[in-house]
Design a protein around this ligand. Structure first.
Ligand code: XIL
Length: 377
């Protein structure tokens, strides 16, 4: 365990080559001279499966970290290879879209859980935890909601009813909920949304209270992007969550989405940032990891991408509050980036033909090198 933790620390601090060489030397000196190891996979000195053949979820088992992916339910229905890899590689899943407001309450008071239940059935069949996503957000709202004119009391009641109904419907089956998503601007001020404008900042605390009332066992997360490292935005989220905890509001987790781009470089203080949220008594998670690249892509960029995935995964593995690491789609075949960032793409860990990329192998390596942990469950 001690060796594992040291090894991983060294990787994070950037002495990867040295660490791997040192590890290899130790292994070969320790091995009996005349009996070469059999080719078949065996647990090995670290007690983990062979990282060149094992799946991510097998490699993650000893770390107690859940390795997840966002799931596109259309792909789940239509693509057998997609289903096979989603089941094989991941111990947790997040619906990419089908638990969002436009999908679950398309008309006022009329709820539809058909697609969300397909995701739930897949997860149950494959013994995967489910991260519910998302109860309160400013985006992907139905037209009846955004185009209506509401008093404060009306909108507050609509929000309350939505949270109680959706979280109540899945009560006991959701491992963690993203309760409030993207409530801050990058400068640390609260984002101007329908919720803030009409209800005021109290909508955040109320959302957590209602979610807790509807599903007391789910771990309730605040989730945002550009909060992986320490900056004005993550400072503001930190201040809010600390305040909410003091007031006894049932906020239980901090999720950093983890949408990185090779062209901007990566924050170097992800571990330190997760750690300060962990010290508040919160669970932490990387909830939507992907690393987009300016097209066309070359191998150096693919390696940079692998470093981005790895930086976040290693940080999560080293911080015991970090309970899950989720990629936002595992294949470039169905990836949201090209639709939103026109010049960029190829952000996932498998390519369009389901070949694993260096990023997927970096994740396997990180998991194999990780210490057996006392991670909170
Ligand atoms: C994205 C989905 O991946 C797309 O399919 C959809 O068109 C838009 O939303 N932050 C979030 C996610 O919290 O819900 C977003 O998902 C990506 C950014």
């Amino acid at each position: 365990m001690q060796l594992g933790r040291k090894t991983l620390t060294a990787v994070v601090t950037g002495t990867l080559g040295v660490t791997l060489l040192a590890g290899a030397a130790a292994t070969s000196w320790a091995a009996p001279a005349k009996t070469p190891a059999p080719a078949a996979a065996h647990p090995g000195a670290r007690g983990v499966p062979d990282p060149t053949t094992a799946t991510l979820r097998q490699l993650a088992r000893h770390t107690k970290l859940e390795i997840g992916t966002a799931i596109d339910t259309a792909a789940l229905r239509n693509d057998a290879t997609y289903r096979e890899i989603a089941a094989r590689e991941f111990s947790s899943v997040t619906p990419e879209n089908v638990m969002k407001w436009y999908a679950t309450e398309p008309q006022r008071g009329q709820f539809d859980f058909t697609e969300a239940e397909q995701l739930m059935a897949f997860a149950a069949a494959n013994r995967q935890k489910v991260r519910g996503h998302v109860l309160v957000w400013h985006s992907q709202l139905p037209a009846w909601l955004t185009e209506g004119t509401w008093t404060r009391a009306e909108l507050r009641s609509i929000l309350r009813q939505h949270i109680l109904t959706v979280a109540g419907h899945f009560r006991g089956r959701i491992w963690a909920w993203d309760v409030v998503n993207e409530a801050f601007n990058d400068d640390g001020t609260l984002r101007d949304t329908i919720w803030l404008r009409t209800i005021g900042p109290s909508y955040i605390a109320d959302a957590f209270r209602w979610a807790h009332q509807a599903d007391p066992k789910a771990i309730l997360f605040y989730n945002d992007y550009n909060v992986e490292g320490i900056n004005a935005k993550s400072n503001a989220v930190y201040a809010l969550l600390r305040q909410l905890k003091r007031e006894g509001v049932p906020v239980e987790g901090f999720g950093a989405q983890g949408h990185l781009a090779t062209q901007y470089g990566f924050p170097r203080d992800v571990l330190e940032n997760l750690r300060r949220f962990g010290r508040l008594g919160l669970a932490t998670a990387i909830t939507e990891a992907d690393v987009r690249i300016v097209l066309p892509v070359d191998n150096a960029e693919r390696w940079a991408q692998a470093a981005g995935y790895s930086l976040m995964l290693e940080s999560c593995l080293l911080e015991r509050s970090c309970i899950s690491y989720t990629v936002w789609g595992f294949t470039d075949r169905y990836q949201w980036v090209p639709g939103v960032f026109p010049e960029e793409g190829e952000a996932a860990i498998y390519d369009v033909n389901y070949n694993p990329k260096p990023a997927r192998d970096a994740m396997a390596r990180d998991l194999a090198l990780a210490p057996h942990s006392g991670r909170r469950g």
